[in-house]
Design a protein around this ligand. Structure first.
Ligand SMILES: [Ca+2]
Length: 266
């Protein structure tokens, strides 16, 4: 599985998937101009370094810096450092800027994750990333969320978004998901379609015409590693995350493949 990409391909791939914010800086153009509508990075945590104690810097141009609550930076992630969450009280608070509210528009979430063994996963939701706890967790609040959980004795990954009246829910069955090692997950809303990609391969897509256009904008803050359920209980993520990215549009299959390949080149 591990293979080393030639340096020139790696650099090109990075520029491509890093999005217009990087390309725009290199070419001195405004990121909204001349880039053919390619999605922009609106949030990007590398977990490679901290400029300020207690703050994970957003290296996109959108200032979605995260406040770190107890999570531990590891030197060895899949790409540089990573962030470890103990499942007890660790999480990141990423705020609620306009740039991470997409209304009914397209967006993409990409991240690397490593969780405990599937049989050791808690039966409650193990929340990777969450804004408003969409779906059945807290359906009155519009938003989006990705969780690992156990349902009917089976460990699954689950992506929810929307709100109570226009709820859309997507589920990813875990057949290709390996616990206790790095996996790359990409979630996309592309028009009426919901897509999930695991380690560079499409594992699920679902078309729910009315529901998929539910708004995901709302007053809730974006949290990494924490969710408040509809019963008022708090669930916390146990595991390690790296290279969390959010784009304000739907990434192409080619770009998703390049993101997944970045882990191979380390
Ligand atoms: Ca990293």
């Amino acid at each position: 599985m591990k293979r080393v990409l030639p340096a020139h391909i790696t650099i090109w791939a990075f520029a491509f998937v890093a999005g217009p914010s990087v390309l725009a800086n290199e070419h001195g153009v405004d990121e909204k101009d001349g880039l053919g509508g390619m999605p922009s990075l609106v949030l990007h945590y590398t977990f490679d370094r901290h400029r300020m104690v207690g703050i994970e810097p957003d290296v996109s141009d959108h200032g979605n810096h995260a406040r770190i609550h107890g999570a531990t930076q590891l030197r060895e992630g899949i790409i540089g450092g990573a962030m470890e969450f103990d499942g007890e009280d660790d999480f990141l608070d990423c705020g609620n800027n306009k740039s991470i509210n997409f209304d009914d528009g397209d967006f993409t979430i990409a991240l690397w994750f490593k969780t405990p063994l599937k049989e050791e996963l808690p039966s409650s939701y193990n929340p990777f990333i969450n804004k408003g706890a969409a779906g059945s967790l807290r359906p009155s609040r519009p938003g989006y969320g990705l969780y690992a959980t156990r349902e009917h004795g089976k460990a699954i990954l689950r992506w929810d978004f929307g709100q109570r009246s226009h709820q859309a829910r997507a589920r990813v069955i875990t057949d290709n998901w390996e616990s206790d090692c790095w996996n790359h997950m990409v979630l996309v809303r592309r028009g009426h379609a919901i897509e999930a990609w695991l380690n560079g391969k499409r594992v699920m897509d679902q078309v729910q015409k009315a529901k998929s256009q539910a708004t995901v904008s709302g007053p809730e803050r974006l949290l990494i590693g924490k969710v408040v359920t509809n019963r008022g209980t708090i669930n916390l993520f146990q595991g390690v995350l790296d290279d969390v990215r959010i784009y304000d549009g739907a990434l192409s299959a080619e770009a998703i493949g390049l993101l997944a390949a970045m882990g191979d080149s380390e």
